[in-house]
Design a protein around this ligand. Structure first.
Ligand SMILES: Cc1cc2nc3c(=O)[nH]c(=O)nc-3n(C[C@H](O)[C@H](O)[C@H](O)COP(=O)(O)OP(=O)(O)OC[C@H]3O[C@@H](n4cnc5c(N)ncnc54)[C@H](O)[C@@H]3O)c2cc1C
Length: 831
């Protein structure tokens, strides 16, 4: 019994120390203390001390440990170390690790998160949103753009150039706006709320493209020439990486540049002979300068001894002889400028390489570094703007549109779809703001940007589908008054570009996250690559034993937090949100444990086990998004009115994290490990639930009722009430209809009948006749009727209008022929 007590004491001491991540020295001292107490109590004897010393001494004496343990382990590690291609290595080296690193490591410090400053707009940025952005949106007609012209109107392009819309990232010294990432995000959200074409065309030059590449890597000469021209819109840029043969596997582009001498403006100069075939290039049809990625070869060693120099980026004026550019693709009825470009042995001087010849072969690194920033801005912001616009318009529509004598949004079935839109709108704004905020803090958060890109574009696709369902036929019939259909059509564009989503989820998020965020794995890899053996052993020793301590700690943390549901773990607030911090403490520890288990048991094979990697990435993503929701709640002053949205977002994410963990255990390649760990992580089964029906109901109510929480949900959208802005008009219609409802009730009561809620101008007349409302009130009812009809009506057209080829409308068409045939048959039958 006494021996049993010592064993329990040792285990408890180990558990407590591991939970708190104690150092090896403290561990050793504490365990020696327990043994000492046992010795004084005559329980522990010689043999226990002998075992303890045999284990503890070599571990604590660095030279012994390194010689007899670390060295052989390093040799073994080098044998089984996963191989990494240069492009993979460069992708992992690109960017920085931020808050996602804390979540990955199993013990997040919530005070640290809440201390990250809240992103804010400067006075100049706010003035830009209130001035030029509003003006631009007022002059943009989205139906004209998408259907009639398949392009922006010339005056819209001019306005974009004149007001620096293409130069939000360009520094002021070159004439750009030099906006924060947060300001860019707000501008893009606002543009999306009226026109996806506009936000795509503005987003691209401000994202990954010549402007960004030049600012970071250009020579002074290139910067001084191009940046002022890009800022003023004299040059329009595009960036061409994708080839027909290389989409997701962009490192495999077959496009080449051969270093050679050639004639340039009457002189022989050192240059490149470029051959390329690119497709899907945004802005290519109107670009004046083409950023081109290709593989550089130097067969005659004119630059260096190395022949195969690797991916390189150059800037080619589009009017260079031999450049083929100008044809258009047609991306899903959201016809922003996009098209192919080709060139066959096009000669340009070597100075066209971005950064000059010194940057030859640095193209992939340049691209992944810029992508680690750009991927967090354009697509997440466009998606966030889209989800928020869907939340407001669907809330208003569902309140105004009645069936079965009830606003459709009050029906339980509809509430389910509505709540998803509302919850996603809150979380999309939270995550996008937090991610762009990280960029403004100087981070290049490559894992965060992949998480934000993937999850916001996916949520946008779901939200727009839900919005379409709630709108019924109103969403389907296209025309100037349809404010949803283009978003619905264009959703797959955001899913596909800047890393198609299946690839992003299965390979990028966790593939980069595991190595970048883990506190020891990268250090182990780097140590194993050192050529100085002494330095390699010392570095590997530090990383390896740190790693072992980390893994033991994660095991005990996971065990305890799972057993207690995280109930005793730290939450910075003691209110309704406390349980979400605690659930995250629990899942964060489980993620850290499972990462080590997956890496330890699968090794380099983890790269190929994409679905294991995807689920680990899902857990990390859910933790990141949930933490951003709680940060938003805090940053906005803990507005209690927003709690249903906060709770919905947290519960949806935590249920998804729980599902990802369960599926991970159920599909873990080593079945014994999968089953044992499932018991440890879910000792009482899956206890978390997705948002309840009641929460769905509360979120739907916020979406349908003008209030502060709803205003916050729709911040940074274009809501101005003007004839061309359907979103602004729907918002106004909601106010008009709500203002009319009490008057309608008054007239109904006075008339002794339950009148239907339509033909409100007739209700106004009845009310005046009965003397229960005055003239102003009657006008309110009439205004509400006009607004109501605007909201529920859809466009219709003359039959000829919709044909793309108008010449065909001159010929007899199928419908006419059918009508004529039917008339003929009717006549014959009658005769
Ligand atoms: C409208 C539009 C605009 C674009 N703009 C530009 C631009 O300006 N410049 C530019 O260079 N490119 C641009 N692109 C290209 C874009 O980045 C590519 O379309 C994208 O990289 C995917 O390539 P792909 O379409 O050839 O699909 P594929 O690579 O053929 O992929 C097909 C599917 O397989 C999946 N997949 C591929 N590999 C893996 C893997 N290892 N694991 C799991 N899943 C995988 C992908 O996720 C995808 O679902 C644009 C594309 C479009 C459609």
């Amino acid at each position: 019994m006494s021996v049993f007590l010592v064993c329990v004491a040792l285990l408890v001491a180990t558990g407590i120390l591991a939970y708190h991540r104690a150092s090896l020295t403290l561990f050793t001292a504490a365990l020696a203390g327990v043994l000492l107490i046992g010795t004084f109590s005559d329980i522990v004897g010689f043999w226990s001390w002998l075992v303890f010393l045999i284990v503890a001494l070599p571990l604590n004496i660095a030279s012994v440990r390194q010689q007899h343990l670390t060295k052989p382990l390093l040799a073994l590690y080098r044998k089984i170390m996963p191989e990494m291609s240069t492009t993979e290595k460069e992708a992992i080296d690109a960017g920085t690790t931020w808050w996602e690193g804390d979540l990955f490591r199993g013990n997040p410090d919530w005070h640290k998160m809440h201390n990250f400053p809240q992103p804010r707009l400067s006075a100049e940025e706010q003035a830009f949103l209130d001035g030029p952005v509003e003006e631009l949106l007022a002059m943009t007609d989205d139906w004209h753009t998408t259907h009639e012209r398949a392009d922006l109107a010339p005056e819209v392009y001019q306005y974009l150039k004149d007001h620096g819309f293409f130069a939000m990232i360009i520094k002021k010294e070159y004439g750009g706006l030099e906006f924060s990432a947060y300001a860019q995000s707000c501008v893009l959200q606002k543009l999306t709320s009226k026109s996806m074409v506009l936000s795509s065309i503005v987003g691209v030059p401000n994202s990954l493209g010549p402007g960004e590449l030049l600012q970071h890597y250009g020579t002074d000469e290139q910067k001084n020439y191009y940046l002022p021209r890009l800022a003023k819109g004299i040059d329009v840029p595009c960036f061409a990486l994708t080839s027909p043969e290389a989409g997701s596997d962009a490192g495999a582009i077959p496009d080449v540049g051969i270093v050679c001498k050639g004639q340039w403006q009457g002189e022989e100069v050192l240059g490149l002979k470029l051959t390329w075939n690119k497709r899907y290039i945004t802005l290519a049809p109107i670009a004046t300068v083409l950023g081109l990625a290709f593989k550089l070869y130097d067969p005659d060693h004119l630059l260096s001894e190395e022949e195969d120099r690797g991916i390189t980026c150059a800037l080619i004026p589009a009017d260079t002889p031999g450049v083929k550019i100008g044809r258009r693709h047609f991306p899903l009825n959201v016809p922003f400028q996009n098209g192919p470009t080709q060139g066959e042995e096009v000669f340009v001087p070597i100075s066209y390489i971005i950064g000059g010849p010194e940057m030859a072969g640095q193209g992939w690194r340049m691209l992944v570094e810029c992508l680690s920033v750009g991927r967090a801005i354009t697509l997440p912001s466009n998606s966030t703007g889209g989800i928020k616009a869907a939340a407001l318009s669907t809330g208003a529509y569902a309140r105004i549109r009645r069936q079965f004598k009830l606003p459709v949004g009050k029906m339980e079935g509809v509430e389910e779809a509505m709540a998803r839109i509302g919850g996603y709108a809150y979380m999309a704004d939270a995550s996008t703001s937090m991610s762009v905020g990280a960029i403004d803090l100087g981070e290049k958060p490559s894992v965060v940007s992949a998480i934000t890109k993937y999850h916001m574009t996916e949520r946008m696709r779901t939200a727009i589908n839900d919005a379409m369902d709630v709108h019924g036929g109103k969403g389907i019939c296209m025309g100037p008054n349809n404010y949803l259909a283009r978003g619905y059509q264009g959703a797959p564009v955001a899913i596909t570009v800047e890393g198609a989503n299946i690839l992003t989820r299965n390979m990028i998020i966790y593939g980069q996250g595991a190595i970048r965020c883990h506190p020891y794995v990268l250090a182990e890899l780097q140590a194993a690559q050192l050529t100085d053996e002494g330095a390699a052993v010392t570095a590997f020793d530090k990383a390896l034993f740190g790693h072992i301590g980390f893994a033991i700690s994660n095991f005990f943390r996971t065990f305890w937090l799972s057993l207690t549901g995280g109930a005793f773990s730290h939450s910075p607030y003691n209110d309704d949100t406390a349980r979400y911090y605690k659930q995250m403490n629990r899942f964060s520890a489980a993620l850290a444990l499972m990462s080590d288990v997956a890496m330890g048991t699968l090794g380099g094979d983890l790269k190929r086990r994409e679905r294991i990697s995807a689920r680990l990435g899902d857990i990390l993503s859910m933790l990141y998004i949930t933490s951003s929701v709680l940060k938003r709640y805090q940053d906005e002053g803990r507005q209690v009115q927003d709690l249903p949205l906060v709770k919905w977002a947290c519960e949806d994410n935590m249920a998804k994290a729980q599902l990802a963990l369960t599926e991970l255990f159920d599909n873990f390649p080593n079945r014994v490990i999968g089953i044992v760990l499932k018991r440890i992580v879910f000792p009482f089964g899956r206890t978390l639930r997705k948002p309840s029906d009641m929460l769905d109901h509360q979120v739907s109510r916020i979406m349908m009722t003008p209030c502060e929480a709803r205003n916050r949900l729709g911040k940074h959208l274009y809501l101005t009430v003007e004839p061309g802005n359907q979103l602004g008009r729907v918002e106004q219609a909601l106010l008009d209809v709500l203002a009319a409802e009490p008057l309608f009730d008054k007239v109904s009561k006075a008339s002794g009948k339950r009148l239907p809620f339509f033909k409100l101008h007739e209700v106004a007349d009845i009310g005046l006749e009965l003397g229960v409302i005055n003239k102003q009130e009657a006008d309110k009812l009439r205004k509400a009727e006009d607004s109501r009809l605007f909201v529920i009506n859809v466009d219709d057209f003359e039959p000829d209008y919709l044909a793309a080829d108008k010449t065909l409308t001159q010929q007899p068409n199928g419908a006419e022929a059918l009508k004529a045939e039917s008339k003929k048959q009717t006549k014959t039958a009658a005769a």
